[in-house]
Design a binder for this molecule. Structure first.
Ligand code: HAM
Length: 457
């Protein structure tokens, strides 16, 4: 019996799970700023959704899908990507008829590809993505690219490496394919077996080949930009001009063709090399797709979208220290001093949670030393020490576990004090603006003598 995770899959626990939630929250909130709505589709789809949608000539469909016959003998596939399933949903629910166009959706969840596991490449991974369906314009394409960059900025990236290209309209790709067939036919005997097949299926895919010798041959291949139709060229430069107006920096990458069959016109990828020098591959990618909605049985509507790889984004953010604040620790660890303080500590813990702070208490009697060790292990920011003598005076001690500084906090306005400890407000009194130094209450230590407005005297 093998109890290890299936090769290429991984468990996401504790701090890492919180980081994933945080990243998807930032991405989702940014998508909502642009008017996007959530759409959740099943992991399982009929295999044709991907073979017709994602494309027969893509490596994803040819080699990487988790496809099986279910007990009813139907061929089903665990989604290798979301776009085809999202479009299937828009077509089968007829959202194109009931919703205002363009339909703008975001999604998040696991996807599955039978790839060789390596840095940043898994067999089960998570994507966050967006699709905008029903509007054919350079402005729609540009808005998606601007939003992708905006998302990266909201995650804390100062510099976004955006690679962009146009693979043109049908006319462009028909002419370009013919040129590629002519070029590669002369070299195909020296190329890998996959490329021999690609030459028949879709010679554009040869440009994605990872075999070094084939990459060398591909360097001499005709360039896409020389085959762009007039319309596609204009559309591409219109898109670039809009994103440029919004200060988005980009690099035109003539070799960028993307590995999925549905793309037409603009395509793009977002890359980042981590501060530690690791290259996780593209953090995200996407582009315009002209014929996908129709190919999946819907009306002739275009779409544009992109997806980010959550694991890659989280890994690069960790390497660049952008997630240091997102831990699985608690705000407060509440410690009873002695067994007879267990109830009080429990009640206070519940009260602290009711203020909206995370808190834990050991629920059993223990020595102070071991409770402090537990508090550190739980990555608590503060310990609240509940002692009988202090309670009689209406106070508890609160210790900052990073600085070891300890203050006495009166219970009557503990909510404000705790708030200020967790979210210190500049220029605001730690007693929530209620501090009045002429007031006797303050002399009693309304903020434990640690009033940050420095009005103690
Ligand atoms: P994709 O480039 O195949 O595009 O995947 C998008 C992102 O998912 C990649 O940039 C990468 O970060 C992540 N990713 C892909 N495969 C793996 C893997 N095996 N392990 C870890 N991360 C991975 C799409 O999937 C398109 N559906 C994007 C799109 C949306 N185009 C238009 N709309």
């Amino acid at each position: 019996m093998d109890y290890t995770p299936v090769k290429g899959t991984h468990d996401i626990f504790g701090a890492e799970a919180k980081q994933h939630n945080y990243v998807s929250f930032v991405l989702k909130s940014t998508a909502e700023l642009y008017g996007y709505k959530g759409l959740e589709t099943p992991v399982l789809e009929h295999t044709e959704v991907f073979s017709r949608g994602t494309g027969e000539s893509s490596d994803v469909v040819r080699k990487e899908m988790y496809t099986f016959l279910d007990k009813g003998n139907r061929s089903v596939t665990m989604r290798p990507e979301f776009t085809a399933g999202i479009v299937r949903s828009i077509v089968s629910n007829k959202y194109y008829a009931t919703e205002d166009l363009p339909i703008k959706v975001f999604y998040h969840g696991p996807a599955f590809r039978y790839e060789r596991p390596q840095l940043g490449r898994y067999r089960q991974f998570h994507q966050f993505g967006v699709e905008e369906i029903g509007l054919d314009s350079a402005r729609a394409d540009a808005e998606i690219i601007i939003m992708a960059v905006h998302m990266m900025q909201n995650l804390g990236f100062n510099k976004v490496n955006l690679k962009i290209n146009s693979i043109g309209d049908d006319e462009t790709r028909t002419n370009y394919r013919a040129a590629l067939v002519e070029y590669f036919s002369k070299h195909i005997d020296n190329m890998c077996p996959d490329c021999k097949e690609r030459l028949q299926l879709n010679p554009l895919r040869i440009l994605d080949c990872k075999v070094p010798a084939d990459q060398e041959i591909a360097k001499g291949a005709p360039k896409l930009k020389d085959y762009l139709s007039e319309n596609s060229e204009k559309r591409f430069y219109d898109t670039l001009s809009i994103i440029n107006d919004f200060g988005v920096e980009y690099e035109i990458d003539d070799g960028l063709v993307r590995g999925l069959d549905y793309y037409s016109e603009v395509v793009f990828e977002i890359h980042a090399i981590s501060d530690e020098g690791k290259d996780y591959g593209a953090l995200g990618g996407g582009g315009h797709y002209g014929g996908l909605v129709k190919a999946l049985g819907g009306p002739d509507l275009p779409g544009v979208g992109f997806a980010m790889g959550m694991e890659r984004v989280v890994n690069v953010m960790n390497d660049n220290h952008l997630l240091d604040e997102i831990t699985d620790g608690v705000d407060f660890y509440v410690m009873p001093v002695g067994e007879d303080m267990l109830d009080e500590a429990f009640n206070l813990t519940m009260m602290v949670r009711s203020f909206g702070f995370s808190a834990e208490t050991p629920l059993a009697n223990g020595k102070m030393g071991s409770m402090f060790k537990k508090a550190v292990k739980r990555k608590a920011k503060f310990a609240i020490i509940v002692g009988g003598n202090e309670l009689e005076r209406g106070v508890v001690n609160v210790k900052n576990l990073a600085t070891q500084e300890q203050i006495e906090v009166p219970l009557h306005n503990i909510d404000r004090t705790l708030e200020n400890l967790i979210n210190p407000q500049e220029n605001e009194c730690c007693c929530g603006g209620d501090c009045n130094c002429e007031n006797e209450e303050h002399d009693e230590g309304c903020c434990g003598g640690h009033c940050c407005c420095h009005h103690e005297e």
